[in-house]
Design a protein around this ligand. Sequence first.
Ligand code: GDP
Ligand code: MG
Length: 604
Amino acid sequence: YPVESIRNFSIIAHVDHGKSTLADRLLEITGTISKTDRNKQVLDKLQVERERGITVKAQSASLFYNHEGINYLLNLIDTPGHVDFSYEVSRSLSACQGVILVVDANEGIQAQTVANFYLAFEAQLSIIPVINKIDLKNADPERVEKQIEKLFDIPTDECIRISAKQGTNVEKVLQKVIEKIPPPQCNTADPLKALVFDSTFDHYRGVVANIALFGGEIAKGHKIVSAHTKKRYEVHEVGILTPDEQPTHKLYAGQVGYLIAGMKEVAEAQIGDTLFLYKQPVEPLPGFKSAKPMVFAGMYPIDQTEYNNLKSALERLTLNDSSVTVHRDSSLALGAGWRLGFLGLLHMEVFNQRLEQEYNMSVILTAPTVPYKAVLSSAKLIKEYGKDQITIINPAQFPDKLSVSEYLEPTVLGTIVTPHEYIGKIITLCQDRRAVQKDMLYIDENRVMLKYLFPLNEIVVDFYDALKSLSSGYASFDYEDAGYQSADLIKMDILLNGNPVEELATIIHNDKARAAGKLLCERLKETIPRQLFEIAIQAAIGKKIIARETLKAYRKNVVAKCYGGDITRRMKLLKRQAEGKRLMRKIGNVEVPRDAFIRVLKRE
Ligand code: GDP
Ligand code: MG
């Protein structure tokens, strides 16, 4: 395939607007997959992705398409569809020259549509606007076209109206991809220049790197070098994704495909790295910022004897997800474990779910925290850390106010798109979350886009759920990193009969501590089962108690009374109780169901 007949593109969309369905249709039309229902959403490979209907990891596919007598090679690069993974969107886009921007004809422009549009626009990609689901009864493509014109300055007649589900006009989209998206600008005669834009780990073959060739060619036997690590490799295999790996003789400039070269861990195939031929060094491609974890939590085995099993499961899982950071950690109450960093709360849940589903591991996860910073004033601490500013990812390491001149918290710029009838409630919600309004714009007569600067910790756990519920599901939300700001922070402990619950220690804004402490105590009271003695549930800042609830004791021993005589029933009950205990955690003399903490934090 000459470079002129290659197109590299992505589909971007707000979640549920039909990206995966459109990708499936494109794969069918081009004969890449057969038309059976079994092939629904071929690009969403992980079990969690199918269950949750979100794409976690980008997958790519090469399509072959004949248009007006010319054979084209179209490389479709899939992108994840959730704010937690927006970093992956931008890295997928770096391998493209254009995007298909899909907007639901009923829902119109949503927060992620805006965020994704700007990622593509800033990368100077050609944008093909597509209005999907025109088969729906409530579809209003005209209105959506006007929104697109108003917000993105794209003339209404450039939008293609389609139904990805029924296949209507999908062929037109392919033709537009060929006409409007430029071929990659590169030359096979130049030295090899390959961008690593994704990588996965395969137990048998090691790292499989997804690459886009910006120059030269690559084949089995070539000796290559990583610009990032300077390590040398010999290429074992190259090929294209259809979307399964299909080995080819060579890959040429302009193509997208995969490479296997004896790399043993994903870290060796760093996303954004440039590969070149040994003895033919090139200027590396700009690369990208590495994924920045926004949410940290402690992870511990329920039972310390499971430590090694959990360790190897974590190692294997992180081989495939380099956006998770892992540091060893230990705690008095929970034993040896790790502190993990995630891109967001959904990312954390997905990771946890994969541990359970793919590795059969159940773990204790502590309350999520964002990466706070402290500017130290104590000479002793500065000497200890070797620097005067530290990042705090664990409440247990929160430095005392006396040794700190300033605490800092991470912020994000949030975009909310909502029908206008919910504006009042949403503004109240945002103010309640200490957010500052930056912009407010009518997209059409009854749709508004709001921009707010949020402290990250105010949105990490449940902002999205709160927004959804007060807008009956109609408001959407996306956010981007916006740096740090000064904040009045303190550490709050939760005590059960005087013993701290390490999972629930949090770093929190001073103004919010009292209310949050009260709420946590109330929730714990509802969640912890009554026991044979009274339990004091308290929130404390240092030695000061700021909230308290009391859980009354059981009156009598029900089991002994009812089942005393019947041995088999009694045994059965005791056995069930023993199993239940495995899922319990003892804090002092109080037994707490393991999942109680997550339930308490999620404010269900
Ligand atoms: P994604 O989250 O953007 O990948 O969206 P999906 O492709 O998973 O689609 C979300 C939902 O919308 C699914 O239930 C699809 O069946 C449905 N859907 C997608 N395209 C169409 C369409 O053209 N018409 C209708 N009626 N439903 C569609
Ligand atoms: Mg999808």
